[in-house]
Design a protein. Structure first.
Length: 180
């Protein structure tokens, strides 16, 4: 069947809801030309991150669900009850979990700045022995990493998202994938 998808715009301008319906149906029926055209029209619109996430998940558009996850994880506001219910509680829980991991990597560890009182025990200072040569492991690598006191590379949000969600956008749990 041949269908000229360019005629869609000329007959009647569609609103976003109609384009989303066209996108879903063209995905379901595997009409690639119509699907690509609907994607390009929807890409021009400003979508809510949760809508972008759900649309990306239902239509298999990884760039959309990744952008939706990224935006929701970086958002300073808590997920509303309505958004969590719309996304599903498993996805909302995973977003909150990844958000906490992401924030932990971005914020320094709090330092205890309390001064001990007069009755507090203060251990004597520890002076480690001085070494005249570097560590015997200096310069050797273990598992591809330097055997030194180098800090690990910073965790990027994209890497955290890739580690937390599978290739189709479903949450990955440490005890296994949750089946719906």
């Amino acid at each position: 069947m041949v269908f000229d998808y360019r005629l869609i715009d000329q007959k009647q301008p569609f609103n976003r809801d109609r384009w989303v319906a066209i996108l879903r149906l063209s995905h379901m029926w595997q009409f690639e030309g119509i699907f690509d055209h609907a994607m390009s029209v929807i890409n021009r619109e400003k979508l809510d991150p949760s809508d972008l996430l759900l649309l990306g998940l239902t239509c298999g558009v990884s760039q959309w669900w990744k952008a939706g996850y990224k935006s929701l994880i970086q958002d300073d506001e808590l997920l509303s009850r309505e958004t969590a219910a719309t996304l599903g509680w498993d996805i909302a829980w995973k977003i909150a979990s990844v958000r906490e991991k992401w924030r932990a990597t971005k914020q320094p560890t709090p330092v205890n700045r309390t001064v001990p009182g007069p009755t507090a025990f203060v251990p004597p200072a520890f002076n480690p022995p001085a070494f005249s040569s570097p560590s015997p492991f200096h310069g050797f690598t273990f598992g591809g990493q330097m055997a030194s006191n180098q800090a690990p590379p910073p965790l990027t949000l994209d890497a955290l998202i890739d580690a937390s969600f599978d290739a189709t956008g479903n949450p990955i749990w440490s005890e296994g994938r949750i089946n719906k």
